[in-house]
Design a protein around this ligand. Structure first.
Ligand SMILES: [Zn+2]
Length: 128
């Protein structure tokens, strides 16, 4: 499952950047050429984070369209399918401008909560 591997890559990146802090929300920029099924990635994300330190962290997917420019005629095409062909002249001599992105764009990290564990002093000093 393609999305599971991508989900793992996101989890790894988030963990590395979070450094132990809790993360509320992650936005991943994913290009159209990656052919990611958003629902499948969400499912993989939940499976990977459930019960972990990232449990409850929301994943948002920022879809980047695949755009090519033609070296022959100079026109720009936004691809619907991952087929690198110029829409204007059918040339395959094109350059991919965007659509291959796969990165963690933003992360909402929770403020450092000073875990002042106010330990309730046990009433072991029972006055008798
Ligand atoms: Zn062209």
């Amino acid at each position: 499952m393609h999305e599971l591997a991508l989900g793992e890559a996101i989890v790894d990146t988030v963990r590395r950047h979070a450094g132990g802090r809790s993360v509320r929300r992650v936005t991943a920029r994913i290009g159209h050429m990656r052919q990611v099924v958003p629902d499948a990635l969400q499912f993989a994300w939940e499976m990977l984070t459930d019960g972990s330190d990232l449990a409850g962290c929301r994943l948002e997917i920022d879809h980047v369209p695949a755009v090519i420019t033609c070296r022959g005629c100079g026109s720009t095409t936004t691809l619907e399918f991952p087929i690198l062909l110029c829409d204007a002249c059918d040339s395959a001599d094109v350059e991919l401008v965007s659509g291959e992105e796969f990165l963690v764009a933003t992360m909402d990290v929770a403020e450092e909560v000073s875990s002042s564990s106010s330990t309730t002093t046990g009433d072991d000093s029972a006055v008798s």
